[in-house]
Structure formats: C-alpha cells, structure tokens
Design a protein around this ligand. Structure first.
Ligand code: IPE
Ligand code: IPE
Ligand code: MG
Length: 224
C-alpha cells in the first residue's frame, strides 16, 4: 500500500455549477466552499498531513471584476469565520502564491498564518494568486541572490512549497484535463485523477474512492 501524505486539488467547475443550479457563477463559488470544508474533514479522518487547494491562479485576474471581488470577499469571510475552527482542529494554514492583496486581506492572511504556524495535525496550503511559472522564476532569482548552486535540491528547497513533500495525489474536478499552471515542478511523479463532477458536487465518498485507488497503484518512479 502506498503511503499518503499530500493531496493537491484543482477545484474546478464552480462557475458551471452555479450557472446550472442558480443562474449565477458566484453562487457556484459559494457552494464550492462547502466542499472545501468537507474535504478538510476527510483529510483529518484519513490522517493526511498536507492538503493543497488551488483557489486563485495568476491567470484568474482575467475574469470579470465582479467575480474577482466576490471570490476575495468569500476568502476574507472564510478566514474570519474559520480561524477559530482551524485552531480547534490544530490545522496550520499557509498561503502559497504572491501575497499582493488589499491590506485588510493581507493582515487577515498573516494573522491566520502566524496563529496556526506550529500546528501539526494537518497543513492546508491555499494557492492564491499562484502561478507555477512565476514560482519557478522567483525561486531561481532567490537561489542566485543566495549565491547557491542551481540544482534540484536547491530549487525544491526554495520553492513556495519548501518543507512540503511533493503531492502524492492530484485531483482535478470539473471534467477538464489540464494543469493550468499548477505545481508544475512538484507534480513530476504525482498520481493524477481527473474527475467529471463539478467541485460543488464532489464529496467525501468520491475522495475516499480516489484514495483507495491510489493506495493500490504501482508507483515506479522510473524503476520497474
Ligand atoms: C474554479 O471554478 C474556481 C476558481 C477558478 C476560483 P471555475 O470558476 O473555473 O468554474 P468553471 O470552470 O468556470 O465552471
Ligand atoms: C484553475 O481553474 C484555477 C483554479 C481552480 C483556481 P481555471 O478554471 O482557472 O482553469 P482554466 O483557465 O480553465 O485552465
Ligand atoms: Mg474553470
């Protein structure tokens, strides 16, 4: 049975779900937040140590202002409402991505990160204003500044995901088969599951089925 410590998810399909069920993309984003809660619970149940969620890409700035504002408002409310519950459940929150948000949101993020920084039960990484190509460029710049050698170890240790093992599983919901600039370096040997369901319809039982499949896979890492 394969060990499992890190699950990464591209939570796709909120907009389509919202349009289909409530004639509003934003309603889909709101519904998607409930799935986030359910999947965090599922990770706790299975003793998974790292969960990385793709919440907003560097390319998502191309969306209409109204949708972007709504997404950030949701995030702000999530941070305000959930912080107590994160602390209670010993969950560490980390943002990966470029932290260039409004000062209110920045404050909330820094506060949530610092209050939860020593928790070990589960680490939730929220990829926010995240783009893998930017991450790699930033990393190479950092390495040059530190006058380190360009090698695999130094790159891995200077990514936004430093100290986080590479994902064992990547799930993308929403019936789309692409990576959309997510963790290009870290996914080199990850087992990928593309799921038809839209993110708000994804549930714990879908998640557990994927884990079961993953556990029984033969992972070669180039060997036989
Ligand atoms: C993913 O759902 C969530 C974010 C990008 C924030 P989408 O909003 O991309 O949903 P679809 O793909 O348009 O249905
Ligand atoms: C990827 O979904 C980004 C997030 C889930 C946050 P998108 O819906 O933005 O991806 P593309 O643009 O269809 O590839
Ligand atoms: Mg999408």
């Amino acid at each position: 049975m394969n060990p499992l410590s890190h699950v990464a998810i591209i939570m796709d399909g909120n907009g389509r779900w919202g349009v289909k069920k409530r004639k509003s993309r934003n309603a889909g984003h709101k519904a998607g937040l409930h799935t986030v809660e359910k999947i965090i619970e599922a990770c706790l149940k299975k003793d998974i140590k790292f969960l990385t969620l793709y919440a907003f890409s560097t390319e998502n700035w191309k969306r209409p202002k109204k949708e972007i504002n709504y997404l950030f408002k949701l995030l702000e409310n999530f941070l305000k409402d959930e912080i107590k519950s994160l602390i209670k459940r010993k969950i560490k929150l980390k943002i990966i991505g470029k932290k260039s948000f409004s000062s209110d949101l920045n404050k909330l993020i820094l506060k949530a990160e610092s209050i939860t920084k020593d928790f070990k039960k589960l680490q939730v990484n929220l990829a926010l204003n995240y783009g893998s190509k930017n991450e790699i460029v930033d990393t190479v710049k950092k390495i040059k500044k530190k006058k380190l050698k360009i090698n695999i170890k130094n790159i891995s240790e200077n990514l936004y995901t430093q100290n986080i093992p590479d994902p064992d599983i990547l799930i993308r919901t929403g019936d789309t088969r692409r990576l959309s600039n997510f963790l290009l370096w870290q996914l080199a040997y990850t087992e990928i599951f593309f799921i038809k369901k839209l993110w708000p319809d994804f549930n714990q039982s879908d998640f557990f089925k994927i884990i079961k499949k993953y556990k029984n896979l033969k992972r070669n890492f180039g060997s036989i």
